[in-house]
Design a protein around this ligand. Structure first.
Ligand code: MTE
Ligand code: LUZ
Ligand code: MOS
Length: 786
């Protein structure tokens, strides 16, 4: 895999540089919460979990558990001095369940002991008296019963009545249902926190969290103290993927509670199976659709219902469902569209953010519907996609496709058509389509399939006020630079990118700039690192901070080098004015002696955003990222096994800040998406509601052999037209949707097994069992063979 490099000469930004922690990662010396040396006397917390999914649960032997070897304290909801709440937006989630439980695995008792083994053993010995109620486990049933965690949502254009009329008038029409499962985050570092009490009622918390400020607020609430008494730090996570956006807080609260009650430092680190049993996952969705179209496959009317599997509490289900609804259009102009959204309440884990944040669940149904329309018409799905793409501005007369999304934001800077056309050529799509057909006609059992899918993904938090970030830049008198910003590092490379921005601004080598832990004592009131906005917003904030310091230094340089401030150039660790120059370090030192402030803050708030949740209209996104992918899959029609043979990925990261990091993000997201849509299947016991897929033995995440042997990734490298940091675009989440091409390539291969009837429905994930089921369904539709 040759990775392209886009060098901007004399620049740090745009270089394919290794991650700032790459050497630490590959040598195993990068430090995570569990690696930090703990203070003397640190205690360990282990949890006793509800054995039932719904009902009243009372621990019966806590006095005995307290006397077990090594046990220092046994905590229940009654021990919380402040508010027993770790809910993110809606405050409907207890830190420890108080009497009533809402899912099997909910934490009820926290055992604090001198070591992790003693705590774990004691927690496992807690017994419960349960008054078990029949749990609600199926989101479809919850929907039928009107049981939701949030009020239903509706987005329609122009009106429900006109959409119904457009459907009735359409020459062709299809109705059906579809579903996609959830997804376990499977971050390598499980949820973890270390809390160290201070002498003044303060609490210092090291947390593996995407959202230190929210952890600070919820820990302060739990302890019943002011926010300024709680300090939360996160140097890095061993992966978050959305699973530590809201759900790290509960464990930080538990560590802080244990520390407060005992007066000693306390640590919690979940085991893998407990983490899987307690924490929420990606929302599975089920759908009903009704689509009207013409003989060319052009969509004339579309009515779709989305039921998300929220689980037992609201968590982030509201914004996730909003993002899903705002991504139903994906790349396509939908003149008449009604989208209904429901967040079903069940007695399971509370589902949460996961890479794409509902966007993938919104797009997938529409890609499936377009695929079904094309197969029903008997044309290549690619041609139906091209027929429905958003128009380009200004419209060229021949093209009457609109440019406005159902929620009213205009699709500016639409790169869909040029990117797809480039990918058709670079992937050799048309010739390979013919080759797949040839292969299939000669191969009765093993069939191949091919699919090209586009992506359009909106960038910004759809909760507008979250779109803010802050940074601090410190220049020391030896010229070394320290950067602190509001984003957290989870492997996505935000620290590396922000360091590149600061190095560029100050004209110093990257190695002289260092990043420190995200820390609520340094930048206050931060947002989660999420919505793929980390580098965008923190890059801008750090650039602003660095510019303030540089401007102050320029005044000193102009004076020392006898020139104009406007002529001062910072480059290569030197500061120059009209041919005279000095080292950056010497300038920093000279500025100090002149009592010039060598550090600054910087702040960024994304401009131009509006959103009205009541009408679901506005401009929720600063800009869109685009992408397209071609996947070729092979299916064994006897076993249902499938494999992606080749994938061609094209992604619009604007003018990439760091092509090495961005290619890694694109490839990682694609493989994570393929896992979600092919092998990762969550199963709950239908009676008890116990999650059965708790370990990699029963929950199949992609391994290195599941990466397509032929993987061709390219960045599009056009500067963003919106005002973004160095004309780059976000990359964290959108490329996950490139994996839809793999799912639909599998469907293409299945259709080649049973070509003679309507396309058999295929649900996601397309596990071997599901592929076989689809083939059987297709055979039944074809009727008895002659
Ligand atoms: N990449 C790695 N290696 N690990 C992660 O946990 N999280 C993803 C994405 N890429 C993640 C990742 C998610 S869900 C998001 S929202 C973005 O990174 C967040 O980082 P960014 O905003 O800096 O891109
Ligand atoms: N909105 C969004 C959010 O679009 N992405 C997010 O990650 C998010 N997180 C919290 C609230 N709204
Ligand atoms: Mo990412 S799902 O926005 O943390």
């Amino acid at each position: 895999m040759g990775h392209p490099v886009n060098e901007i000469s004399g620049s740090v930004v745009g270089l394919a540089l290794p991650d700032e922690s790459a050497a630490l990662h590959v040598t195993g010396s990068a430090s995570f919460v569990d690696d930090v040396p703990v203070p003397h006397g640190t205690l360990h917390v282990a949890l006793a979990l509800s054995p039932v999914a719904r009902g009243a649960v009372k621990p019966t032997n806590l006095d005995a558990v307290t006397t077990l070897p090594g046990v220092v304290a046994v905590l229940t909801a009654a021990d919380v001095p402040g508010t027993n709440d770790c809910g993110t937006i809606v405050h409907d989630e207890p830190i420890l369940a108080d009497d009533e439980v809402a899912y099997l695995g909910q934490p009820v008792v926290a055992v604090v002991a001198i070591d992790r083994e003693a705590a774990t053993r004691a927690a496992a010995s807690v017994t419960f008296d349960c008054d078990e109620q029949p749990p609600m486990l199926d989101p479809r049933e919850a929907h039928a019963a009107g049981s939701y965690v949030l009020p239903p949502m509706l987005l329609t254009r122009p009106t429900e009545g006109e959409v119904a009329a457009a459907l009735a008038a359409a020459p062709l029409r299809l109705t059906g249902d579809f579903a996609v499962g959830g997804q376990e985050h499977f971050y390598l570092e499980t949820q973890a926190a270390l809390a160290v009490p201070g002498d003044d009622g303060s609490m210092r918390v090291l947390s593996s969290t995407q959202h230190p400020t929210e952890v600070q607020k919820l820990v302060a609430g739990c302890l019943g103290v002011a926010h300024h008494l709680v300090r939360v730090e996160c140097r890095r996570m061993g992966g978050g993927f959305g699973g530590k956006e809201s759900q790290a807080a509960q464990f930080a609260c538990l560590a802080a509670l244990a520390a407060r009650v005992t007066g000693r430092p306390a640590k919690i680190r979940l085991g893998r199976e407990q983490d899987n049993l307690i924490t929420g996952k990606r929302h599975g969705f089920s759908y009903d659709y009704d689509v009207g179209y013409d003989e060319t496959g052009r969509i004339l009317g579309y009515d779709v219902t989305l039921v998300s599997h929220a689980g037992h509490s609201a968590d982030l289900s509201g914004p996730v469902l909003t993002r899903a609804i705002c991504h139903v259009d994906n790349a396509y102009w939908l003149p008449n569209v009604t989208i209904r959204g429901f967040a079903a309440r069940t007695n399971t884990q509370s589902n949460t953010a996961f890479r794409g944040f509902g966007g993938p669940q919104g797009v997938l149904v529409t890609e499936y519907v377009l695929d079904t329309v094309a197969r029903t018409l008997g044309v290549d799905p690619l041609d139906v996609r091209l027929r429905n793409l958003y128009g380009e501005r200004p419209p060229d007369g021949a093209d009457d496709q609109g440019v406005e999304t159902p929620y009213g934001e205009v699709v500016e800077d639409n790169l869909l058509r040029p990117m797809i056309e480039e990918l058709i050529v670079s992937s050799d799509y048309r010739a390979r389509r013919a080759e797949v057909t040839r292969f299939n006609s000669a191969s009765p059992v093993v069939k191949r399939g091919l699919a090209l899918t586009p992506v359009k993904f909106g960038i910004s938090f759809n909760v507008s006020h979250f779109n803010q970030a802050g940074a601090l830049v410190h220049v020391y008198t030896d010229g070394s630079v320290l950067v602190n910003h509001s984003a957290t590092e989870m492997g996505q490379g935000v620290n590396t990118k922000v360091l590149q921005v600061v190095a560029q601004e100050l004209g110093v080598p990257l190695r002289t700039v260092r990043s420190t832990a995200t820390d609520t004592d340094k930048v206050a009131n931060t947002s989660a690192t999420a919505a793929s906005t980390g580098s965008d917003m923190n890059g801008k904030a750090a650039q602003a901070a660095a510019r303030v310091v540089r401007d102050r230094l320029a005044v000193v340089a102009a004076d020392l080098l006898d020139g104009d401030v406007s002529d001062v150039v910072f480059e290569g660790g030197e500061v120059a004015v009209r041919g005279r120059s000095m080292a950056f370090a010497d300038l920093a030192s000279a500025a100090y002696y002149r009592r010039v402030q060598l550090w600054s803050d910087g702040f960024y708030a994304t401009p131009g955003l509006r959103w009205d949740p009541a009408t679901m209209r506005g401009r929720p996104f600063h800009y869109y990222c685009y992408g397209a992918a071609v996947s070729e899959a092979v299916v064994d029609s006897l076993t249902g096994e499938s494999r992606v043979l080749r994938a061609d990925l094209l992604y619009d990261a604007g003018r990439s800040l760091n092509p090495a990091v961005d290619v890694g993000q694109v490839e990682g997201a694609y493989v994570q998406g393929v896992g979600w849509l092919t092998t990762e299947e969550l199963r709950w016991d239908e009676q008890s509601g116990r999650l059965l897929t708790l370990a990699p033995t029963t929950y199949k995440i992609p391994a290195v052999h599941d990466v397509p042997a032929d993987l061709r990734t390219r960045l599009y490298q056009r500067p963003a037209s919106a005002d973004t940091i160095h004309a780059s675009k976000a990359v964290g989440e959108p490329p996950l949707l490139l994996a839809f091409s793999a799912f639909l390539a599998i469907r293409d291969a299945i259709h080649a097994v049973v070509p003679d009837g309507p396309p058999p429905p295929l649900r996601a994930p397309a596990t071997a069992e599901e592929v076989l089921r689809a083939i059987e369904a297709g055979r039944a539709r074809e009727g008895p063979r002659a």
